[in-house]
Design a protein around this ligand. Sequence first.
Ligand code: TXA
Ligand code: MG
Length: 324
Amino acid sequence: MKTQLFAAEQVKEAAALIKKGGLVVFPTETVYGLGASAFNPGACARIFSAKGRPSDNPLIVHVAREDQLAEVAGPLSPQAKALKEAFWPGPLSLIVPKNPQLPEIVTAGLATVAVRWPSNPLAQAFLNECGVAVAAPSANVSGAPSPTNFEMAKSAMLGRVDGILMGEECEEGLESTIVGFPDGQAKILRPGSITADQIALVLGCDPASLIYLAPNEGRPVSPGLKYTHYKPNAEVRLFRSAEDWAGLSLEGHKVGVLLVGSSVPTPPDWDVARFEDWKAYGKALYSSFFEFDRIGCTLILAQLPEAGGIGTAIANRLGKAAGH
Ligand code: TXA
Ligand code: MG
């Protein structure tokens, strides 16, 4: 398939492809999304094949206007409304009742739909030009890290989609926080840069009450939770301090290391991605994986943050990347 590349000024041309039932990769503040009209079931089916995504894993629908929201979702609960008011546009997806008009393929047969109103200006311009809600999972091949810059998006999706809209590097670099309401209680189904403390403040609840414990049996509330994710080609091992890698056998490995601050000394032959703080680390996590893969690293040592704040989202992605 020929993939057209669009500069940021060509939002109209990129949106025209969506209106014709095409697939277009576009930037958001979290990661690049692989979009299709949410009301075109054939186009949505192509999302699943382009990603190699299991068909029981539903898609997040992106909106940029109230009328687009009303087209995909039923009435919002008071809690969902409060979170919408507090965090949209922004990196939060809400699981809300599905509008019966929305094709089943988008939600993989669930009665709920994940909706997000992105804050990235180019994403908003694109969604407005599309004039319709856009279903878009992260623009990676299933299981791989999400693209957070144009280079990564191209590398993952060239030849698999009709178009790619070129944006800047994603501001957050980690997928949106997902909040759902299983049994009517707000739960964080996937941690992101909007933290449990921020959500608890809006809802007037204890942050601990937002922790979601997946049931051992039956269909998971968020189907994507059960799949492996975010894995680069290199093996990923986690550490908290230099003592943690003292016992590792590194023989024959080309090592890349991701860390925060200057307190951990590294051998001179390692490739080092060092960040000022955890926010910067999270933003560059996937692009660092991409870069380490590109230069042929076989082992990535990634520093593990303490839980809490952005550390919870980073630890969640690292745990999956390391196959825990
Ligand atoms: O930041 C993001 O959320 C990015 C950008 C492109 O917006 N999108 C993204 O989509 O990360 P995806 O498909 O890679 O992850 C969506 C997750 C999956 O784990 C899926 O199972 C879950 O959301 N999900 C979608 N609809 C759901 C629903 N109705 N109920 C529960 N979980 C749902
Ligand atoms: Mg994804």
